[in-house]
Design a protein around this ligand. Sequence first.
Ligand SMILES: Cc1ncc(COP(=O)(O)O)c(C=O)c1O
Length: 423
Amino acid sequence: MKTFEIATQFRQRPYRASVMWPRKLLDITWPNLLCGGLRCLWPGNISKHETNILNCFGGPEKALVCLSVRSGFDLLLQSLQLPAGSEVIMSAVTIPDMVRIVKHHGLVPVPVDLDFETLAPPIQSLTQARTARTKLIVIAPLFGTSIPMEPIITFARENNVLVVEDCAQSFRGWDNIQSTIADVSLYSFGPIKTSTALGGAVATVHDERLLSQMRRVQASYPLQSRFEYAQKVMKYSLLKLASARSIYSIVFSLIKMLGRDPDTTINQLAKNFSPGELIKRIRARPAKALVALLARQQKTYPTSRINQRMNLGKRLTSQLRQGSPEHMILIPGTAASEHSHWVFPLKVAISDRGLSRLRKNGFDVTTKHNLTVIDSAEDTIGGDVPGMRDLFSRIAFLPVYPEFSSADIDMLAQLIQQEVSIE
Ligand SMILES: Cc1ncc(COP(=O)(O)O)c(C=O)c1O
């Protein structure tokens, strides 16, 4: 009865259907984008910019600015020189390139399943996955969650294994960088990331010798050209323009009229690297303009944006979890120790018709993503990862960002509940 009332109410009073919240907004202001463009002409004092960034991560003797998390991870594997066939235990979900990099170095990725509620790998799963060949554990806190690292580090120390924390999805603001206990931590400022510089990453490394080696390898790389970075600034300025709420639904329809699937096209457009040979693309030093823009983000990015996103995420979670347990919508990561809601996934099957109803009502909900559930190699002990496979067989991502009002969140929650009851 309740659902019927909501549905009727929407039919009578559609929610400003001509405008649509895009699935993701670039987390950078117009003045900072302009600054990125100008820095392609006048980069300024790069070592000062770099020091300002690194000081937030423990200083230049502890951290390194790289082109991307993928570049930092590849630098690490080049510097470690692990024996071929060594195993790398990895959180079951990541982007496909992280797995490709592991394989490129002759190593074997071994996925471990994640707990649905916390999105952390249970220590028991790490124990089962470990063999005499395990040399590295890569933990990726997903969707904006954080994972308590102490038990993982204890496990790793007992087994003489290094730990990498892949924080690409979990940056919580420049005032909030806690000194990490992982051997290596990687933070991404790629185009769709929090406080983006349209690229760039920071790697923090505890072992000074390892960090120096990574620095030496990176010093041999060519510099990303200012022209390439200027092109990026132009591309993402256009994307930012196209994702203005009043324009986005027109762009969405235009892509459709051109015979392309807007859902897939938009996700491809947002990718950090254009297609091509992965290893060649990631082996470059970040352009001076990129470092300058990252330093400007560090100086100007308000942490209040993240607090706002956290509050909206909490509100949406509690709204979606109302109702009887058997009809409760499943949300991964609700028991994570912290959650900044970089993205907002649900374990729910929404049909194409459902997605198009949600878009007509003003929210670009999508089932598309750039993540993968890692396959385990046949000759490793790590088994399949049914939990994450099940989640990714029916996952949908809701748009949530600081620009939303509480009323937008409430409306989105009602629409999702309505969709779930229709399906
Ligand atoms: C879990 C994870 N690892 C690594 C990356 C790669 O980050 P970058 O684009 O900085 O290479 C991403 C990007 O989304 C990611 O989500």
